[in-house]
Design a protein around this ligand. Structure first.
Ligand code: 4AD
Ligand code: MG
Length: 430
């Protein structure tokens, strides 16, 4: 008898196979039991018929509890109606560990209850699909960047530097010295870009944001490419090619998961480079012309971003924000120094900003001035200034928020389901 996995059942049609998995759900009548079996690679229905099985085997099929671990043997049958295309006629079942009174039943549960049981909830087909897509997005990003000759550089998680404002830092006591959990790998990536040309970091980042929105986490993952000799335009061109690659990779490799999530894939199929570009000024006009009470110089809120993005079928770049509302390191536009050579990429369908990126200041004196204006402790930024002293070049980079990208591609409402164990304002467990 062949041991296999659910995702490979198509190679075993009409053969008897064994699957090591768990009982996800069950329905039974006197004569027949339908067992929903999962094994990590997928879900399949096992059909156990009373008068085709030894009595003890059928009784077990009927009585075994939800989420018991089981080794199931059965004959693979084609079934057009099944999501996987196959079904299993059960010939034997061996329990490994019996589970009783599994807390997540088939009825509706509240979100806090589900988040409290996140360690179990991730087994559910919907959560399984989201996290499989997340894994595929991870893979696609690495494939793309590695294929383009980028070098992976790990930036530290513990750092003395802030980069994205000082109001949302998680502070640590680092042997009696002040340190923070990293908000971004960017400053280190800039050092690495001068050493390696094109680099990226891909790690967890931390922000003590007290916002309880469906777009914010306190721990999230960011992909941060940084490229020497790239200007703002080349930066955007790389971003749109990366996004196109990610989306087509998910469409190609995760059709079953997208189906589980009932995702309208026609929206994703439109995500092809180049993406539209508008300036901040144009975006402000767009808002004002449509009745938004918005003042030039403010940052966009979620409803503003949603409205702007809704005007386009593809993700849209909003470039040249006022310098005042953007980070200290962004290169001013030589044509108008009150705006910066950077862009946010807004995802369609109301998912908001998925990328923040810019060209970086490469002039020593200007950067020094900006660091002082920002009120940052100069001694901790001396190394960063060094990069403008020794072989400085124009360079650019960006940060892609993994969870917001997953939320958009999966078409789900809330960012908390896009990461295995979310860290939010009121949650550090499980
Ligand atoms: O725009 P941000 O703050 O940019 C940076 O951190 C730059 N240093 C990146 C760089 O240029 N290397 O963040 C980048 C992206 C956002 O567009 C968003 O997708 C995501 O990170 N992000 C968050 N995702 C979830 N929860 C939060 N609290 C997030 N804050 C930012
Ligand atoms: Mg941003």
């Amino acid at each position: 008898m062949t041991e296999t996995t659910i995702n490979k059942l198509k190679n075993h049609e009409a053969k008897e196979v064994t699957i090591k998995g768990w009982l996800f759900n069950k329905r039974s009548s006197g004569k027949i039991a339908f067992l929903q079996i999962r094994d990590g690679t997928g879900f399949v229905q096992g059909v156990a018929v009373k008068n085709e099985l030894p009595e003890d085997v059928f009784n077990l099929c009927k009585e075994i509890g939800q989420e018991s671990s089981v080794i199931v043997t059965g004959i693979v049958r084609k079934d057009e109606r099944a999501p996987s295309g196959y079904e299993l006629s059960v010939t034997d079942i061996k329990p490994v560990s019996l589970s009783e009174e599994y807390p997540i039943t088939m009825k509706e549960h509240g979100i806090e209850f589900l988040m409290d049981h996140r360690h179990l909830w991730i087994r559910h087909p919907r959560q399984h699909a989201i996290l499989k897509i997340r894994s595929q997005i991870n893979r696609a990003i690495r494939e793309f960047l590695d294929g383009e000759g980028f070098v992976l550089i790990e930036s530290p998680i513990i750092t003395a530097n802030s980069c994205e404002g000082t109001t949302n830092l998680f502070e640590l006591n680092y042997f009696d010295q002040k340190a923070y959990l990293s908000q971004t790998g960017q400053l280190y990536n800039e050092a690495a870009a001068i050493a390696f040309g094109k680099v990226y970091s891909f790690g967890p980042t931390f922000r003590a944001e007290k916002s309880k929105t469906r777009r914010h986490l306190n721990e999230f993952w960011m992909i941060e490419p940084e490229m020497a000799y790239y200007d703002h335009k080349a930066n955007m061109e790389l971003q749109e090619r990366l996004i196109e690659y990610i989306v087509s990779s998910v469409l190609e490799n995760c059709s079953m998961e997208l189906k589980t999530l009932k995702r309208d894939v026609s929206r994703l199929e439109k995500v092809k480079a180049p993406f539209p570009r508008i300036t901040y000024d144009e975006a402000v006009k767009m808002l004002k012309n449509n009745g938004f009470d918005f003042e030039w110089g403010n940052d966009f809120g979620a409803p503003d971003e949603t409205f702007i993005a809704e005007q386009f079928e593809k993700p849209v770049f909003v470039e040249k924000f006022p310098a005042k509302i953007k980070a200290f390191y962004m290169e001013p536009d030589p044509e108008n120094s009150s705006v910066i050579l950077g862009a946010d990429l807004l995802a369609p369908e109301g998912y908001g900003e998925i990328i923040g990126g810019s060209q970086r200041i490469h002039d020593y004196d200007l950067l020094l001035r900006k660091i002082k204006e920002e009120g940052l402790p100069l001694k901790d930024y001396q190394w960063y200034l060094d990069l403008r002293k020794y072989g400085s070049v124009p360079h650019s980079g960006f940060g892609l928020g993994l969870e917001r990208t997953v939320a958009w591609i999966c078409g789900i409402d809330h960012i908390r389901e896009t990461i295995p164990f979310a860290r939010t304002l009121n949650r550090v467990t499980p």
